[in-house]
Design a protein. Structure first.
Length: 80
């Protein structure tokens, strides 16, 4: 035997809570879409939030060149 009215109600309540729970959204697609700074030499992509020191480090260490040579379209954000 089994499952009185209380058990069925508890199962249904648990099922409904599981359905109603918000699902964790993945950030992966958003991160891929934000990769819009591209090195002209090796075509490596960087997040749009990358700053000048990180890009300069890439240019010097990977290609032994300057920031404008590797990232000709990069414009540093104005500091406020």
């Amino acid at each position: 035997m089994g499952g009185g009215n209380g058990a069925k109600a508890a199962q249904k309540r648990a099922r409904n809570e599981k359905k109603a729970a918000p699902k964790a959204a993945s950030q992966l697609k958003a991160n891929v879409a934000a990769m819009n700074i591209i090195c002209a030499v090796c075509k490596q992509t960087f997040l749009s939030t990358s700053r000048e020191p990180q890009l300069t480090l890439h240019a010097v260490n990977k290609h032994n060149s300057t920031l404008p040579q590797c990232f000709p379209h990069f414009k540093a954000a104005d500091a406020k």
